[in-house]
Ligand binder design. Structure first.
Ligand code: DC
Length: 225
């Protein structure tokens, strides 16, 4: 089974997708972490962010795998602090916009899904490009101020909420307007407005939707499952 969950920056996709994967005993596939790991390597090697060919070459050379918890490993090692750093967050959208980069990472994502009994994938294009035939598709939204509030809380930086909101809005704009695989809601994805819901509630909505009989799913393709 493939469950695909897309949405904008800091919409809670990772937390929710990880919990759904755990509940269903499926592999969690954090595609954003792959673009982040690649961007960390691009920065380390001093490659220009706008040089798509060189970025794609690095993507092809990198040994990207996942551990049992779904953390991305580069050459067998996890470095969450590095891939979530402000420098990587500021650069990742530009690296992720190169079509050759996307081809390289999408092929790894499909291979992970082929090798697993089932996956819960989260990202910007998992419902539209990576797994267009996914069994279940969801699109999480929340206002940028709510997403900044959650991210500031999560990172223990309440005083930086405004700066985080601007960064989130900048990435939303970049990810939604790029030519290759822009962030859009797939017409057959269930939209869930997560404002006012915590991760546990959104996870419960998704699990209920997945276990609902097929005819209910067709009837109820509107918002908030
Ligand atoms: O979800 P995230 O913040 O970890 O994603 C980091 C960046 O990676 C995001 O700004 C755009 C890019 N990305 C993408 O282009 N396609 C995906 N499937 C996942 C992430």
């Amino acid at each position: 089974m493939i469950v695909a969950i897309d949405g904008p920056a800091a919409s809670g996709k990772s937390t929710v997708a990880r919990a759904v994967a755990q509940a269903l005993d499926l592999t969690f596939l954090d595609t954003g972490a792959m673009y982040r790991a690649l961007t960390a390597a691009v920065l380390e090697r001093g490659c220009a962010l706008g040089d798509g060919e060189s970025c794609a070459r690095i993507a092809e050379e990198l040994d990207l795998t996942f551990d049992a918890e779904g953390r991305v490993l580069v050459d067998g090692r996890a470095d969450e602090a590095r891939i979530r750093s402000a420098a990587v967050t500021a650069a990742v959208s530009e690296v992720a916009a190169h079509p050759a980069v996307r081809r390289a990472l999408v092929s790894i994502q499909r291979r992970v899904a082929q090798d697993a009994p089932g996956v819960v994938a989260e990202g910007r294009d998992t419902t539209t490009v990576v797994f267009p035939g996914a069994d279940h598709k969801f699109f999480l939204t929340a206002t940028s101020s709510e997403r900044a509030r959650r991210r500031a809380l999560q990172e223990g930086r309440p005083e930086e909420q405004d700066a985080l909101r601007l960064e989130i809005e900048r990435r939303d704009a970049f990810d939604s307007t790029r030519a290759d695989s822009p962030l859009v809601r797939a017409s057959d994805a269930v939209a869930i407005d997560t404002d006012g819901y915590d991760a546990a509630a959104v996870t419960a909505l998704i699990l209920a939707r997945i276990s609902a009989p097929a005819h209910d799913q067709q009837h109820n393709s509107g918002d908030n499952a």
